[in-house]
Design a protein around this ligand. Structure first.
Ligand code: ADP
Length: 674
């Protein structure tokens, strides 16, 4: 076995590989960019080598630097993780040229599956069923359009070099075709340096079911069952589970055999995943094969009891597969939820920020957290915005789902917007409990998932006010007298409401507080009972009697005789309160400054995220109709189109293609028609 390996990756997957290597007594070398000097994967590894600037093309994708790091540290093998260099055959070749083992499949297998269209051709020959479509080399737009017209809409355009949903566009009608093709090609060129497209019939309600395969250098091949990854946003997975609900032994066997056939057709070695679309009638179609470890491999580990990274290391070292097909069994049920820095209320666009507070659920045999970040770390624009993976296991689906919702409610992150509440709502909605899964799940059950407006805020608001009051009492007379207090001059900071509180007199005050962008006015009366201060907090005629104890981040609250715990996280101008069933962020209402400095943000003419201007689609001065595309922005290699809010014309654009744009910046001036 290897003595030392290098992990050519970052974040949770680098940490994940290091854990297994350490368990097996293998020393580890990390690599890092400027942005990751203090990252968790760097501190976990035995050694770490700096390989360049923050953008991945200057560091994690520089394979000469990665190879040199391995040579310098004497690492005998390189684990590429997923993403970055993991499916790069030239890198694989460079490893071989330098006498370093690439922990993954042979060059030929990566090349065979590197192009979605070439892969489809190979699978067609091997007799694996395909989604109907066109995957030829003639890229004439007319031909692509004709193929789509013949197939009938909807169709799906896919970048043959694609991955991560980039360069992929659904086209609902012939009228949309040209714009969609241009956008998909642009996104693909930008992300992969290649804009070759294929077209597929868009299946309307399929499930995404994939098979984990493993092959060794001795012609052995097994499948470690399936994962259902149907719950997706932007065609990317958010919750995965194993086994797939409703899977029959016969279907599992035939999908498993088809996957093995796919792997054998390309002389595969190591861990691979064959992705299929499964139709409601039980037919399944090959979509693509990922020639690496998948993000969602932990659910397979949980139900099979195997460590797939250990299998990878053993196979790469020339050992036979640890188990034969007949020795593999499914035990129980597992879920994985991907926790992202993204805004579900803003089309799941990625967000950045510093993780000012992170509290993970307690881990056990039932709950696993794979993460690459810790409190204080930053989610930057440079890399994937995934913060962590939460994985749970139990004897059956219902019990495992109970574990998932509980663990999600205990997962607390502040400092950046995350999808945790969204995941919680999704995992607890009835259709998900009933496993009514298909790839359109989120759109189909939008109402059931995005329902936080029905929450009863009449208890949330007094809790927030109680916290502010207790905190104020704690601070009184200490920090406020000290000069240079960081936010003493900021009248909008919640830590500075200086409206003459007197702790012993009866006193009624009004406090404005903002929750979910709505402002609420609460009246507070405070009374002293012996040594205990009680507050009567009134909102719209609904009065709650509150008292509590605040110790550090820990708040023990009593509202109308009901006691419970909350955890508090403070930010610059807001604070979050976490209770067993909620995570809410509050601000103090800003003083009313009138309308003078209000910006016109109507119509989404504001940059929705930090990013780059990709293209202006109309000329300044041009007349446009409502919803016409005006410009395209890109962040983290995903495009976002800004459309006309109404009929009218563009007066001027404020950014040119190629320029960096801050989230929230005004992008253009728009004149609506009368
Ligand atoms: P990527 O490699 O960019 O992630 P995939 O080819 O794996 O793209 O597809 C991602 C997702 O897109 C699938 O899981 C599925 O939900 C959806 N999808 C792909 N092809 C089709 C299709 N022909 N019909 C319907 N949905 C599809």
């Amino acid at each position: 076995m290897f003595d030392k390996i290098l992990i050519a990756n970052r974040g949770e997957i680098a940490c994940r590989v290091i854990r297994t290597a350490r368990k097996m007594g293998i020393r580890t070398v990390a690599v890092y960019s400027d942005a990751d000097r203090d990252a968790l994967h760097v501190t976990m590894a035995d050694e770490a080598i700096h390989i360049g600037a923050a953008p991945s093309r200057d560091s994690y994708l520089q394979f000469d630097k990665v190879i040199n790091a391995a040579l310098k540290t004497g690492a005998q093998a390189i684990h590429p993780g997923y993403g970055f260099l993991s499916e790069n055959s030239a890198f694989c070749q460079a490893c071989q040229d330098n006498g370093i083992t690439f922990i993954g499949p042979p060059i030929g297998a990566i090349e065979a599956m590197g192009s979605k269209s070439a892969a489809k051709t190979i699978m067609e020959t091997a007799g694996v069923p395909l989604v109907p479509g066109y995957h030829g080399s003639d890229q004439n737009p007319e031909l692509l359009r004709q193929a789509s017209d013949d197939m009938g809409y909807p169709v799906l355009l896919k970048a043959t070099a694609g991955g991560g949903g980039k360069g992929m566009r659904q086209v609902h009608s012939a009228a949309e075709f040209d714009e969609a093709l241009a956008a998909a090609k642009r996104e693909s060129m930008n992300a992969f340096g290649d804009d070759t497209m294929l077209v597929e019939k868009y299946l309307t309600q399929p499930r995404h079911v994939e098979i984990q395969v493993f092959c060794d250098q001795h012609n052995n091949a097994v499948y470690l069952f399936e994962r259902d990854c149907s719950v997706q946003r932007r065609h990317q997975k958010v919750i995965e589970e194993a086994p797939a609900p409703g899977m029959t032994p016969a279907l599992r066997e035939s999908m498993g055999q088809a996957a093995i056939q796919a792997a054998l057709a390309i002389d595969y070695e190591g861990a691979g995943t064959v992705e299929f679309l499964l139709d409601s009638d039980g037919s399944f179609y090959f979509m693509e094969m990922n020639t690496r470890l998948q993000v969602e491999h932990p659910v397979t580990e949980m139900i099979s009891g195997q460590d797939l990274v250990e299998w990878q290391l053993r196979v790469a070292d020339g050992e036979p597969l640890p188990l034969e097909q007949g020795q593999l069994t499914i035990n129980g049920h597992a879920f994985e939820a991907r926790i992202y820095a993204e805004d579900p209320d803003n089309d799941f666009l990625p967000v950045t920020g510093t993780l000012s507070f992170v509290q993970t659920p307690e881990t056990s045999a039932h709950v696993r957290v794979d993460t690459g970040v810790r409190q204080g770390d930053e989610v930057s624009v440079f890399y994937d915005p995934m913060i962590a993976k939460l994985i749970v296991w139990d004897e059956d689906r219902d019990k495992a789902l109970g574990r998932l919702t509980r663990a999600l409610s205990e997962y607390r992150i502040s400092g950046t917007t995350t999808n945790i509440d969204f995941l919680y709502n999704l995992a607890s909605c009835q259709p998900f409990r009933e496993a009514d899964l298909d790839t359109g799940f989120i759109e189909k059950h939008h109402g059931a998932i995005f329902h936080d407006s029905v929450r009863d805020i009449e208890n949330d608001l007094p809790l927030a006010v109680l916290y502010l009051l207790l905190r104020q009492n704690q601070k009184a007379g200490t920090e406020y007298s000290s000069a240079g207090n960081r936010d003493e001059r900021d009248s909008t900071s919640p830590w500075n409401f200086n409206n003459a509180w007197r702790s012993v007199e009866d006193n009624i005050h009004t406090l404005g507080i903002v929750l979910h962008e709505s402002e609420y006015q609460l009246e507070v009366e405070q009374k002293l009972f012996g040594t205990v201060t009680r507050y009567r907090i009134n909102h719209n005629g609904h009065t709650v009697t509150a008292q509590g104890v605040l110790e550090g981040r820990f708040l023990r609250a009593e509202l109308d005789g009901y006691q419970f715990n909350a955890t508090v996280a403070e930010h610059d101008d807001s604070f979050s309160l976490y209770t067993a069933d909620s995570a809410l962020t509050f601000k103090l209402a800003k003083p009313d400054l009138g309308d003078a400095d209000e910006q016109d943000t109507a119509g989404g003419l504001i940059a929705p995220m930090n990013g780059t201007m990709v293209a202006l689609l109309v000329e300044a001065g041009a007349s446009v109709a409502k919803d016409d595309p005006l410009l395209v922005m890109e962040a983290m290699k995903m495009e976002h189109t800004i459309r006309a809010p109404a009929d009218g014309h563009v007066v001027s654009f404020f950014y040119q293609a190629g320029e960096l744009v801050d989230g929230g910046a005004q992008l253009l001036e728009f004149g609506a028609s009368e």
